[in-house]
Design a protein around this ligand. Sequence first.
Ligand SMILES: *Cc1c(COP(=O)(O)O)cnc(C)c1O
Length: 394
Amino acid sequence: MSSNNNWRPATKLIHSGTSRSQFGETSEALYLTQGYLYDSAEAAEARFKGEEDGYIYSRYGNPTVAMFEERMCEMEGAEDARAMASGMAAMAASIACQAKAGDHIVAAKALFGSCRWVIEALMPQYGVEFTLVDGKDINAWKGAVRPNTNIFFLESPTNPTLELVDIKAVADLAHENDAVLIVDNVFATPMYQRPIELGADIVMYSTTKHIDGQGRCLGGIVLGSEEWINEHLHEYFRHTGPSMSPFNAWNFLKGLETLPVRVTQQTSSAGRIAELLSAQKSISRMIYPGHQSHPQADIAAKQMSGGSTMVAFEVEGGKASAFKFINALETVKISNNLGDAKSLITHPATTTHKNLSDEDREELAISDGMLRLSVGLEDSEDLLEDIQKALDSI
Ligand SMILES: *Cc1c(COP(=O)(O)O)cnc(C)c1O
């Protein structure tokens, strides 16, 4: 297997984890198989006993999926990982594999909608309690801790308002209380934020987003220590079956190769769009983690090595103006997805965050005029012109 700890990220994303067949293929092989053969009954017995290395069934492991897991581990600085069928399969597994009746989860309020549902609606069905806090306020995290708290969960930057949570401060608090911290690192991408170095125990991704990067396959991954994975995730993963398809893993391996060039270009365009928006009278609020106007620019500088491919902003005039603006866009398409080569815009209040109560939306500052833009790989000039034209139309 190809591996070198001295490689810089872009090199790791091309070579790490590659395991070649006897044919010496340059590109990673796609092992689209459910099962594996054994040379003898004795060999099958030995493999099932764990006395002999090798694959048994693709629900447990697959060589193409293993290459993807290994490349992600090397990139993230994690000991082990399990790739899954979607980001939500990964998020739900990261919690369900370790939570027991009587446990208590503390999580930030500003989470991807389905992540909130898992914590607020699903886990209580199994007797797991939770408290949601304002992730920006470390005292709120402190105040929420109970003797039975054993899991902390957060996302930073958050969806859609791009708020930041101080990962190191929350990780320290979790460890003082013998809890583990899980970080959803989707918005930052592995390029710009390294939660394990900041103290997080477990990192998860929806690989559907920037890691695919071209809007094709769903996927997710959970990364952590070998000890945590063996104790909690290993058996859960084998027996509940959220495994990633080898085809999707192959696609994500290809996606990782171009992740740095894509994310750098998307961030560069996003920064220019943020500048354009911040100078407009019709924009009442512009939120961009790489901009000096971001209210938590100090935390961005401390824990992120780049801005973001996402820009959030509020159009003066509420829903009517927001709809008029996005309907006037031509190059930027209307979609709730993100991290794609195509620039995509969404109106969170009526789509991704419509299930929140009015109160919750207000608390999270998701107003009727707010829009979330995922910046793609089109020519920056075309994006700037498209946005300016739509702004002029309102
Ligand atoms: C998309 C997303 C998820 C869920 O991932 P899927 O691949 O859609 O299941 C979770 N967290 C964040 C922050 C996301 O953007």
